[in-house]
Design a protein around this ligand. Structure first.
Ligand code: F6P
Length: 405
């Protein structure tokens, strides 16, 4: 069969909007089918051409004529390299740069007239995620000479310059606008027969979970007494289990570990973090906190049955939709738990392995997304404390395995 025509993909978006993750996702997936994809990143060319420090935000100030000229030259080198790649072995060349001004996109199109260009605009308006993504960027080597606060300020100023010149790419023809947090296509205008688009679209809207280890905290003080709510510690047995978890994962890189903000998941993560100093980023998300049991906080199940028989019976009748007075239910906590998962996946980008340490109800909600359980059955999914779920969910592989640690 004849190979399809070749394609340029031009990313569009402010820094820290997830453009490089989208580019990497396309490359890694299409290459599995022998489609040759090259990523042409303006930042890489900049670091090659100007070995000095370009983390100074003034380099991105549109009023700085000298720097603007240099940036034009960097872009031109990048275009030329992408073009050379497609005229030899390459099938798809991804131009990974901000490309936020109309003028820059016109230059791009003028340099690359020989194949169609798909523009992918990446949008993420979530202020909290933006702040977390910026924090991640400031750990890059180009900011190593600055303190964390200085690096942050520098990066925020850089984004401000790009925001100032941002013009949505409405003038281009082949355009897809993507909400990178929710993998949702917000706008699409595509010519019939645009090469590879069917596959790319499927990738854009699907999760890309290479290896997620979903763990429940080990035995807590409240678990032993069959009590709900609270913020108890792990028991001695629980702490030993936490060390067993850490030992089990020796040799597996875990660049990101997410926990709830509650003590029992933090203690569960402690041995992992202690043995991986500097190699793991830890985020404690309140989105992963256990179901809020409201007025029942600190009670045991037996006590609830005895003192609040009405509640106990109502919960037994319809556990999924039951909401604890003053607290939450499975149905009402779903939104925040899913948001936690989206945040975790977004921040961990294209990491090979990530871990979430959650709670019984929280982990049931996360699992229900992968197991396609009926809502009424979700509150009964078995969530052991000495085993974890290994989950893979990509375009080509679905894996779900319960493993002992
Ligand atoms: O018992 C441990 C626990 O995590 C409690 O904190 C929480 O209320 C409960 O599990 C959730 O499970 P269920 O919905 O079955 O009561």
């Amino acid at each position: 069969m004849a190979r399809p025509r070749k394609l340029y993909i031009a990313m569009v978006g402010l820094p820290a909007m997830g453009k490089s993750t989208v580019g990497a996702k396309i490359k890694e997936n299409l290459e599995k089918d022998d489609i040759k994809v090259g990523i042409f990143n303006n930042g890489d060319v900049r670091r090659r051409m100007i070995p000095g420090n370009t983390s100074n935000p003034d380099f991105y100030n549109p009023a700085n004529i000298h720097a603007a000229g240099l940036r034009e030259r960097i872009a031109a080198v990048n275009f030329a390299e992408a073009k050379a790649y497609l005229s030899t072995e390459g099938d798809i060349a991804i131009l990974d740069a901000t490309n936020v001004s109309r003028k820059r996109r016109e230059t791009l199109r003028a340099h690359l007239p020989n194949h169609p260009i798909l523009f992918i605009e990446c949008i993420n308006d979530d202020p909290e995620l933006l702040a977390l993504s910026i924090a991640r960027k400031t750990r890059l080597p180009e900011f190593s000479t600055l303190s964390e606060a200085e690096a942050r300020k520098s990066f925020v100023t850089r984004i401000g310059y790009y925001r100032h010149i941002y013009e949505p790419p409405d003038e281009v023809h082949d355009l897809v606008r993507l909400d990178t947090l929710n993998n949702r296509i917000l706008f699409e205008r595509i010519s019939a027969g645009l090469p590879y688009y069917g596959r790319i679209r499927d990738l854009l809207m699907s999760d890309w979970i290479k290896n997620l280890f979903l763990v429940r905290h080990a035995e807590s003080e409240y678990n032993v007494r069959d009590m709900v709510g609270g913020n108890s510690n792990l028991t001695d047995k629980g702490r030993k289990q936490a060390w067993a978890l850490s030992r089990h994962f020796i040799g597996t890189p875990l660049p990101y570990i997410f926990t709830s903000s509650l003590t029992r998941t933090l203690e569960m993560a402690e041995p992992l973090l202690e043995t991986r100093k500097g190699q793991t980023t830890h985020h404690a998300f309140p989105e992963f906190d256990e179901i809020d049991v409201g007025e029942c906080d600190g009670m045991s199940y037996a006590e609830i049955e005895r003192t609040r028989p009405d509640l106990f019976a109502a919960r037994t009748r319809n556990k999924y939709n039951f909401v604890y007075p003053g607290g939450e239910g499975y149905a009402t906590m779903a939104g925040r738990v899913y948001r936690g998962v989206k945040k975790a996946l977004y921040l961990s980008g294209n990491s090979e392995h990530i871990m979430i340490i959650g709670h019984q109800a929280v982990n049931r909600m996360i699992l229900s997304d992968f197991l396609f359980r009926r809502a009424e059955d979700v509150p009964y999914i078995f969530i052991p404390q000495d085993k974890y779920f290994h989950i893979v969910s990509t375009q080509t592989k679905k894996l779900f395995e319960l493993r002992k640690f």
